[in-house]
Design a binder for this molecule. Structure first.
Ligand SMILES: [Zn+2]
Ligand SMILES: [Zn+2]
Length: 278
């Protein structure tokens, strides 16, 4: 691995998450939604975040190789134009988040519904002590699949104004930290429209894990019948899966989906051999 790649490309990717964690972790300590915490698990999440950021940075050139040719071959399918100026920029940003969240909603719901996607998403849900670091407790192959489920349709729908890209990208990056934070913040009725840590905390409980799939707008959960409105003072202490371990092993962080996909392929191959013999 070239040293220049490590120092010039990868290490700068760690600065933003490190800064957010440095601000958010003391806040979580002062105003926790759940006092239940484990420093060992927190340390493990930092290792998982490192693996996730390393692998996604490594794979990033591949993303462009899918998105750019598709965009130049197919062009903009629905080139919605927004006027110049602040209003146009805000309008485009809002439209972007709404449409992005629509694709995200169905992708996320699919992850919970289909076994071959769930094996990839399970690691995120094994988090027993939900907190800001959970945002990067994600199997890196999720990002590969998201290219096709979310980024590709978005690239074909949106043409960004240069002034919009910066702030939209910043919010998009920060939002994941916000909704995973272990903070006692109530949004009240606003929470019906904008997602927050309480909304997403319910998604991480065994009882409500098939609810609250949206990332930005609970609207999509309300439209498609999966919305759970948090009771005003409800901050579930228990997150994670009902019977499984906290998943804090490298096997869960890296190998698990590959093991499960290989088993599934072997089952399919076995069935085909059986059918051919009949
Ligand atoms: Zn989920
Ligand atoms: Zn989550």
């Amino acid at each position: 691995m070239p040293i220049a790649w490590l120092t010039d490309v990868f290490l700068p990717q760690l600065e933003f998450p490190a800064l957010v964690f440095a601000v958010a972790l003391p806040l979580e300590f002062l105003l926790p939604a759940s006092r239940d915490r484990s420093y060992r698990a927190l340390g493990f999440n930092l290792v998982a975040a490192f693996i996730y950021l390393f692998m996604t940075t490594l794979l990033e050139p591949l993303f462009a190789q899918v998105l750019e040719p598709a965009r130049s071959r197919l062009g903009l399918m629905i080139p919605v134009r927004f006027p110049d100026g602040v209003i146009g920029s805000l309008g485009q940003g809002l439209a972007f988040f709404l449409v992005y969240d629509f694709f995200y909603y169905w992708w996320h719901r699919g992850q919970h519904r289909m076994r071959w996607l769930w094996v990839q998403h399970r690691f995120h849900h094994q988090e027993r002590w939900l907190n800001v670091t959970t945002v990067h407790r994600v199997h890196f192959t999720e990002d590969l699949f998201r290219i096709f489920a979310i980024l590709l349709p978005m690239a074909l729908l949106f043409d960004f104004k240069p002034v919009t890209v910066g702030w939209v990208w910043t919010i998009l990056t920060l939002w994941g930290y916000w909704i995973h934070a272990n903070v006692r913040v109530r949004l009240g009725l606003v929470g019906k429209w904008i997602s927050g840590p309480q909304f997403h905390r319910f998604h991480h409980t065994p009882e409500h894990m098939n609810r609250n799939f949206s990332a930005f707008f609970p609207l999509w959960d309300r439209v498609f019948g999966t919305y759970h409105h948090p009771e005003p003072n409800a901050f579930p202490q228990y997150t994670g899966l009902r019977v499984e371990s906290d998943g804090n092993t490298l096997r869960d962080a890296v190998a698990y989906p590959f093991i499960e996909w290989a088993k599934a392929l072997r089952r399919v191959a076995g069935r085909q051999r059986g059918a051919a013999r009949r």
